[in-house]
Design a protein around this ligand. Structure first.
Ligand code: NAP
Length: 245
């Protein structure tokens, strides 16, 4: 069986590695091509968008794909919806691999999207906002001249950005001591994050709790209804084994 892994996450790379030695399951990993120096999965890799649902349909038919694993970042909502649509059109089995969200804290302010996060920030007193929502979400905060934004991202931001900005180019994993140092050094007064889940970037939430810094969490986009969801690589491997058996 030929498996398309929609990737861009550590879990997708772990799945590709787990399938590398399989005699029956041959994986091709797909990356969006957003970062200049991506961590590459082992095995066959293709890079770049497919061209919407139609392009994905053409791709899976042309490449004779037998099953799709949508293992993208929890906030990559478009490609996940496109995968569900394309799989339904072609009649392909699809499973979604999504790591669990972070354990919620009662003190968090939860917002449905980045625009609402920006509205919430605008209504809070002036201070330093630690923004870890990704470089492509800065435009929502561009009109905010009151706050200073400490932005941490893997690559430099694109598009509009707030006037008062300090950019930290860094890639996780981040540890609690380092996060505490960062919060103190920049006198962070508010943390804004997406509910990405996982261990790599969770320490900032512990640091905020320890220092009494309020937290705004952007909720995940809804999953497309229908396809099964697994929260671990092993769960997807079981799903694939059932499919192959
Ligand atoms: P998105 O909004 O769901 O997708 C936008 C478009 O990018 C899709 O319509 C598709 O283009 C293309 N695309 C996305 N993932 C792709 C993949 N794995 N292979 C081929 N094309 C893909 O996704 P995104 O938020 O831009 O994220 C892009 C990639 O970065 C994903 O692989 C994701 O796992 C990773 N990532 C995202 C975040 C985040 O916060 N969003 C964080 C870390 C990593 P076409 O319509 O042309 O097919």
């Amino acid at each position: 069986m030929r498996i398309l892994i929609l990737g861009g996450t550590g879990e997708a790379r772990a799945l590709a590695a787990a399938l590398a030695d399989s005699p029956d399951l041959q994986a091709v990993s797909s990356l969006a091509g957003r970062v200049s120096n991506p961590a590459l999965p082992v095995g066959e890799v293709r890079i770049g968008g497919f061209g919407g649902v139609d392009g994905l349909v053409d791709y899976v038919r042309g490449e004779r794909i037998d099953a799709v694993v949508a293992a993208t970042h929890p906030f990559a909502g478009t490609i996940t919806r496109n995968a569900a649509s394309a799989a339904a059109i072609v009649g392909l089995p699809l499973v979604i691999l999504r790591r669990p969200p972070w354990t919620p804290d009662a003190s968090w302010v939860r917002v449905p999207d980045i625009e609402e996060a920006a509205r919430h920030v605008a209504a809070t007193p002036a201070g330093v906002v630690f923004l870890t929502t990704g470089r492509r979400d800065l435009s929502a905060f561009a009109g905010d001249a009151t706050h200073h934004f400490l932005v941490r991202a893997v690559e430099p931001p694109e598009g509009e950005r707030p006037q008062q900005l300090t950019l930290l180019l860094d890639r996780g994993p981040f540890r609690l001591e380092g996060e505490l140092r960062l919060f103190r050094e920049y006198a962070v007064s508010l943390l804004v994050t997406k509910d990405s889940g996982g261990e790599m970037t969770v320490a900032k939430l512990a640091a905020a709790r320890e220092l009494g810094v309020p937290v705004v969490v952007v909720d995940r986009p809804a999953l497309p209804p229908g396809p099964p969801v697994r929260s671990t690589v092993d769960g997807v491997l079981d799903w694939l084994a059932q499919l192959a058996g």
